[in-house]
Design a protein. Structure first.
Length: 82
């Protein structure tokens, strides 16, 4: 997320990327590695990550990881997901 992979394509389309802070990035990483991949999802972690993203006040979220769409989707989400 912090490597800028999406920055240019988004900016070329007049979209301003909002990058999660370091704590949120670490929380997402740990959620993926410790809970999603081993299929041991803790609902409180799922909700905390959702709250972290909601605090960022963005219009949509890029689920730029293979595992994140497993637990978040437009059907389950509060935002459009890409």
């Amino acid at each position: 997320m912090q490597g800028g992979l999406y920055d240019k394509p988004l900016k070329d389309n007049n979209i301003s990327p909002i990058i999660p802070d370091e704590i949120t990035c670490e929380r997402v990483h740990n959620f993926i590695m410790d809970e999603i991949i081993p299929s041991k999802i803790n609902i409180s972690t799922l909700e905390q990550v959702k709250k972290d993203i909601q605090k960022m006040k963005c219009d949509a979220v890029i689920l730029g990881c293979t595992e994140l769409p497993e637990v978040y989707s437009e059907k389950k989400s509060w935002l459009p997901c890409y």
